[in-house]
Design a protein around this ligand. Structure first.
Ligand code: FEO
Length: 401
């Protein structure tokens, strides 16, 4: 049975959700699943905006066929070529062979890479560039190039009749949709914001500058609805969510807060991290978040680094280097271009502690990273005699807030 919903005049949601996939991109755990959003505009011309992941091909194709109601499909707009959206493009072209592809010049070589059997459709594609339009009847699509949000070929389409911005991955969120496809039908701040931030930080986070560029373009459009390729559609409170994207893409912390991220082999480094958190709490700091990196997915840790202003890292020295989960996190900080954060460091080492130096060296590669001079070294277990040092570290953190 179809699962379509009308979202605006002549505009139908034809997407589908996957609740079985364990990891998005085979990397990021998605216990709440993920949606692949697609939209169909039924005007004098009919147009499908993007296709879907292979895992939901059956539901997606049935939804499109139902929404078309026997009409021909005139256009398929390819806003993004990544296979979570384009994997079923070949199937869509088989189902509606008269459809003309609409894409930009950067999309063409990717179409040839992924769909060598569709050369005729690729050769006949309608190429669009920044500012080009596609008249459908009473609706006209305006194309906005959005390179590197999240791949080089990404573009967005704005429908001037409905005010819908088809925003590709931008404004996307992890999480499957079930009937309620609008953010205002859900408690987004309570149930979705953490996954939206995690999606942003890990999927788009590296591309803050291109996101800022596209936000500036979007600000010139009379947008009434944001229709991303993943997660809920926004028809109310758009400024609230756009402000989140603005904040995330500037890598500006959402909260003046401390997040403590530790690795610990036998619980001693964990104890030092928790003892510091306790001192901070005693001194009046609220909303401290503390995570064991051995049981916390990196995508969650990175999302917390995007959220918080102050980050405490605590790591054992391991094989003369860093404990592996800490090293992975620091590599991700660099890869995802985290910047403008304050860091405090705790190391542990029974005979040759070097973790603080190694963490500081890695953090120095981040833009505008402030690494507090006050640091703590634990030799095995945190000793009672180090109480003053612990206080000094807590005071240094609080003094920097
Ligand atoms: Fe949802 Fe960049 O693909």
């Amino acid at each position: 049975m179809y699962t379509t919903r009308k979202i605006a005049q002549d505009t139908i949601y034809v997407g589908a959700s996957d609740r079985r996939l364990a990891k998005f991109e085979n990397l990021f755990p998605i216990p709440r699943g993920v949606s692949y959003n697609n939209y169909l505009i039924l005007d004098e011309k009919t147009v499908l905006l993007d296709t879907a992941d292979a895992a939901v091909s059956g539901r997606f194709l049935e939804n499109v066929a139902h929404a078309l109601g026997g009409r021909a499909l005139d256009y398929i707009v390819v806003n993004h070529m990544e296979p979570d959206h384009a994997a079923t493009l070949g199937q869509a072209l088989n189902a509606w062979p008269g459809a003309q592809l609409v894409c930009n010049a950067k999309t063409l070589p990717m179409l040839r890479m992924y769909f060598p059997g569709c050369e005729a459709a690729v050769a006949g594609a309608l190429l669009v560039k920044e500012g080009d339009t596609l008249a459908l009847g009473s609706h006209t699509l305006h194309f906005v190039m959005a390179p590197m949000v999240h791949w080089p070929e990404v573009m967005m389409a704005f429908d001037d009749a409905t005010g819908v911005l088809y925003s590709a991955d931008a404004f996307g969120t992890f999480g499957a949709l079930g009937g309620n496809i609008f953010a205002d039908e859900l408690d987004f701040a309570r149930d979705w914001l953490d996954d939206a931030r995690r999606y942003y930080a890990n999927i788009v986070g590296k591309y803050g500058v291109p996101v800022q560029a596209v936000l500036k373009k979007a600000a010139t459009l009379p947008i009434r609805m944001l229709a991303p390729l993943h997660g809920p559609i926004w028809r109310k409170d758009l400024p609230w969510f756009i402000a989140k994207y603005d904040q995330w893409s500037r890598c500006a912390p959402e909260d003046k807060a401390v997040v403590v991220l530790y690795g610990s082999m036998y619980g001693n480094t964990e104890n030092a991290a928790e003892a510091l958190a306790t001192r901070l709490a005693d001194k009046g700091l609220a909303n401290i978040a503390l995570y064991d990196l051995s049981v916390t997915d990196n995508s969650v840790a990175m999302a917390e680094c995007f959220r918080a202003s102050h980050i405490v890292l605590a790591s054992p020295t391991y094989n003369g280097g860093l404990y592996l989960p800490m090293e992975a996190l620091l590599n991700d900080m660099k890869a995802l271009a985290l910047h403008d954060r304050v860091f405090a460091l705790i190391e542990n080492g029974s005979w040759a502690p070097v973790a603080n130096k190694l963490m500081a060296d890695k953090l120095a590669e981040l833009k505008n990273a402030t690494i507090l001079d006050t640091r703590l070294t634990v030799r095995g277990a945190l000793a009672d005699a180090q109480s003053e040092s612990l206080d000094a570290l807590a005071d240094a953190i609080l003094g920097s807030m």
